[in-house]
Write a protein of this length. Sequence first.
Length: 374
Amino acid sequence: MGTSVRVKIRPTSWKYEAIISTGSLAEAGRWAAKCLGRTESKIAILTNRKIAPIYLGLVTHALERTGFETYSFILPDGERYKNLSSIETFLQYLGEKNFQRTDAIVSLGGGVIGDIAGFAAAIYLRGIDFLQVPTTLLAMIDSSVGGKTGINTPFGKNLVGAFHQPRGVLIDPAVLCTLEQREITAGLCEAVKQAALAGGKLFDQTRELLDVFTEGDVSKVFTRKENARRFEQFIAAQIRFKSEIVAADERESARYVGPKSRKILNFGHTFAHALEKSTDYRYLRHGEAVGHGVLFAAELSKRLGLLDKDSVNLLRDVVRRCGPLPQIHHIAPDEIRTALRYDKKTSTERFNGFCSSKSESRESSRAIKFRHPF
Ligand SMILES: NC(=O)c1ccc[n+]([C@@H]2O[C@H](COP(=O)([O-])OP(=O)(O)OC[C@H]3O[C@@H](n4cnc5c(N)ncnc54)[C@H](O)[C@@H]3O)[C@@H](O)[C@H]2O)c1
């Protein structure tokens, strides 16, 4: 059982595999040995206080059984810890434990932990190996693949970072059983974003999968045997889409414009980041903000004459089926406008009719005068 997706970054020929296999966490040791090509090294597992009691023991045991010397560094839980101070303390820890360039970092967690671990790996000794073990749906289908790493600053989200590709990605969908419903909704919103950009089969597959979640208890959804294969295939299809984009445009080149430009993955993100920043990263999950952002960008595209009404309604229906999103009506438009000014994206792209990135920021800022477009 299980499936894999090969990621190959064209300009650098960097290759790695994303393995998607239910129950594979227990095999993390053999997998790490294969990815790194060695077992005689130290591995620092970066995780957080919520995930550690559930999965750290299993992963540590699997790595040690294979011969790795393991260390673990546990951060507090939350987007607000994706900052310079977490990086500093983690780098200090690696230094104290005398980590060398032949050693590696394993990220065990969602997108927050993955981004911090990847950034630390990119800058410690000017770059050491790192492996991604994503534990949220969002991290599985999106953030663990593609090599974007980084942290938030007081000026905005993800404003400091580096491109640093992992040596491998291990996805065990069974870990989604312990994820809160809100986090599933957040992950599904990112999946809808990618599916909308891809269109065709991925969009249909994603829409069909949403029906499974109407069945009720999420934990049962992931443990039901007949669903396992379906989830593996769904996650693999999402990663395949993302990796095709990343392969062609790893660094999100400002000059490269086209359907495979990495900028298209920012669909809905200008508004999403502004919402997150203006609520101090505490009110919305990232994926929930993306859900709002996708609807905002779609509505904006409609008003600019780039998207028809039926497509907007279709998108609205699919986002609604991901689960309830927190209200945003109370957030002051001025706060959002200020946050938009600090967005790092600076050029306009159009794809599948949706308005995304460059001046999504400028245009969103103007459109915010409508205040509640939905
Ligand atoms: N690098 C990229 O390409 C990229 C792409 C998209 C998003 N991101 C970043 O990812 C972050 C969002 O990631 P996220 O949505 O995974 O959030 P997250 O990492 O904060 O995880 C969400 C919550 O779920 C908990 N959790 C994680 N796995 C769990 C499990 N299996 N069981 C129980 N609880 C679990 C976490 O502790 C946390 O409380 C943002 O910072 C965003 O900027 C990065």
